[in-house]
Each structure stands twice: as C-alpha cells, then as structure tokens.
Design a protein around this ligand. Structure first.
Ligand code: KG4
Ligand code: ZN
Length: 358
C-alpha cells in the first residue's frame, strides 16, 4: 500500500509517500520560517497563502522523488486539524481533490495522531499500549495510546506547551526562532547551575504541566542582570532553562508512568514525540526514567519528530488498516483533542492558582 501524506497545519508545507512496509519513499518539508520571521511569530493568513502557493509543487516533488504517479497511490491522508484553520483547509482540500479525482480512500488525520503513531513508523516492534509524551510547539501531554484512534489523556499543560515555552524563552534571551534548537545550542556552553529557576508543579500529584511561571522567572533573571545579557549569561540562562524544563518533564513523567502501568500492566514502552522530543538533554533524561521503570524509550528520528507528512501518511495507513476511511465532507478543525472525554486539568486558564511551589 502506497499512501500520499499531506501536512499543512502550521508553518510547514509538507508531502510524503510512505508504504505499509514502513518505507518512506519521499518526505518533503518546506519551511515558511523566512516568510514569518519579519513579524516575530507565525501569521495565520501568510501561512495559508503560502501553503496554497507551494503545496502542489511540494506534492509534485515528493511524487518525483518516490518515482510514483498518482495512479500508483492506494490512499491519501491529509491533516484535518488541530491547527491554523486556514492552513489546515488548504491541505485537507488538496487531499480531498486528489482522492476525488483518482478515486482513492481519504484519511482526514488528526495531527496529534500523526505524532502519536510516528514511533510505530520508525519502530516495527512497538506494540500497543504505550505511554506517549507528546511535546511540541502547541501541545504538552501524556497519553495512553491504546490503539489506533484510541487515546486516553493522563495529563496536559495548564498554560503553555513545552515548545512554546522554549520559543518564548529564546525570544527573551535574544536567541531567535524556533527557540528549542536555539536554546539547546546556546546551552551547550552554559553553566545551568549559575541561575536558580523554579520547577512548576514539581512534587505535586498527577501529571499535568505548567510552564508559564518558569518563563516569568526567566524574565526576572534577565531583568536583574547587572552586566546585561552577554553571551555568558545567555548560555547559562539557556542551560538553566533547559534543565528546569527537563526536571519538570521527568517529575511529571514519574507520575505518568505510575498511572499508566497501573491501568495497563502490559505496557512496555514510553514514547516521546513532537518537536521538543528532538532535545538531547530531554532524550537522555527520558531514557534513564524509562529504564528505571522497566520500560523502553522510543523516540522517532529527528525528521519524524518535528512536523512532517510522513507521520500523516503513516497514520493514514494505520487508519486504513483498521477500516477507517473518511468521507469527502470531512471538516477541517482548529481544535481537535485526541481524547475528547478528557476534562480540562485543574486550574487550567486560571493564572496564579497553581504557580510554582515555594
Ligand atoms: O512538533 P513541532 O515541529 O510543531 C508543532 O506541532 O508544534 O514542534 C515545534 C516545537 C517548537 O516550539 C520548537 O522550538 C520545538 O518544537 N523544538 C525543540 C527542539 N527542536 C524543536 N525544543 C527543544 N529542543 C529542541 N532541540
Ligand atoms: Zn506537530
């Protein structure tokens, strides 16, 4: 089975061809970073217009690289949300057009399901159920992945996502966008022990996250610098910030693993996916955490961690394998939780109520 995947939920225009034998025949990602850079963040209207301009060309490149014709396809999978609504519409409509013209089954894929199942694309041995840490620019959650289209959320962030926190911290430190890789680079030369930053929610029960207090604490440290933000302070603060995020994720992870294993004693793996899972310190710490708890750690390769269409094509393959096919009237969605039964975490949207422990 050969499936075309299309991803346009944010600022990457992406197309990929993947087989049910886990061969990634093409995986093209065109970043819009330069188009948004002058505005200091992603402009939804620019994202949508840029997807319109580039998506056909990106799909054509992917088809050429894979040496495939539309007639060779067995299905089309396109991200249908969550994301910037105008951006999602472009990819989903294009996917529908390809499906309609070539009479192919369509998978209208939840972007988060793409991340959640990406580890099964890179690891054929990864079995359900597994515990997923989904850490990206828009999400920070622990989910029990019971099977395709079956997810139970164990915890989520009550304010910022981890990637968002990295991006905001990088901006504060004058380190550019995207912030995660910039902080990781700067932190290499830094002494993380020089500045004391809080670990929000550390030691509390449950496995929800909070990062906004950490970002504010960083802002205060920057303002208090006597000699201004020189390269040494920048590196030390980047290292301190990265360590604080990792400490929080590991603390929350301990509780998540306990909850997961209590509900799914047969679970054997912890999987980290999403852009922040590319962070080396976090990977190392997660590896130790998994090992201490008798679990394996699965992290997809970097190109499958950050936004890409191969994971969308793969999610389509998994869904088709379960007989899940979407109609051509599938709707694009700005919001689309993987676990629609999950309640908002306590304190969500109430700033100050669950601040850092003293
Ligand atoms: O999954 P992704 O590509 O897009 C979303 O769906 O959000 O994640 C992007 C996020 C950005 O916030 C970026 O700063 C973060 O992932 N990121 C990292 C690293 N690489 C990307 N964060 C920390 N360390 C990294 N090496
Ligand atoms: Zn993503």
């Amino acid at each position: 089975m050969l499936v075309l995947g299309i991803e346009t939920s944010c600022d990457e225009t992406a197309a990929a061809l993947v087989t049910d034998g886990r061969e990634i025949c093409a995986n093209i990602v065109l970043s819009q970073l330069d188009e948004h850079a002058p505005y200091g963040g992603i402009v939804p209207e620019i994202a949508a217009r840029s997807h319109i301009e580039h998506l056909d060309g990106v799909i054509a490149r992917a088809m050429k690289e894979a040496g495939a014709e539309f007639g060779d396809l067995d299905g089309v999978a396109a991200t249908a949300g969550p994301g910037l609504i105008g951006a999602v519409m472009v990819g989903l409509m294009t996917g529908k057009a390809v499906a309609a013209v070539h009479d192919l089954p369509l998978a209208a894929v939840n972007h988060l399901e793409g991340h959640a199942l990406s580890a099964r694309l890179s690891d054929a041995d990864l079995q359900f159920p597994y515990l997923l840490l989904l850490v990206s620019g828009g999400h920070c959650q622990f989910l029990a992945v019971e099977g395709v289209a079956q997810y139970r959320r164990l915890g989520t962030t009550i304010d910022d996502a981890a990637g968002e926190a990295f991006d905001k911290a990088a901006k504060l430190l004058g380190l550019g966008y995207p912030g995660g890789p910039a902080i990781e680079r700067a932190a290499k030369d830094g002494d993380g022990a020089r500045y004391d930053l809080p670990r929000p929610l550390k030691g509390r029960k449950g496995c929800d996250f909070s990062f906004s207090g950490l970002k504010t604490a960083l802002l205060h440290k920057v303002r208090a610098l006597e000699n201004g933000l020189d390269d040494t302070a920048r590196a030390d603060l980047a290292a301190a910030f990265q360590q604080a995020v990792a400490d929080v994720v590991i603390d929350r992870g301990k509780n998540a693993i306990r909850e997961f294993l209590a509900a799914y004693p047969k679970g054997r793996a912890l999987v980290a996916a999403g852009g922040v899972a590319a962070n080396s310190l976090l990977r190392t710490r997660l590896k130790s955490l998994a090992t201490e708890n008798g679990l394996t750690l699965g992290v997809p390769p970097h190109a499958l961690c950050t936004d890409n269409a191969a994971m969308i094509a793969w999610a389509g393959i998994e869904r088709f394998g379960q007989g899940l096919v979407d109609d051509l009237d599938a709707v694009p969605r700005a919001r689309w939780p993987l676990d629609s039964t999950a309640k908002p975490p306590p304190g969500a949207g109430k700033p100050g109520k669950l601040g850092p422990k003293a």
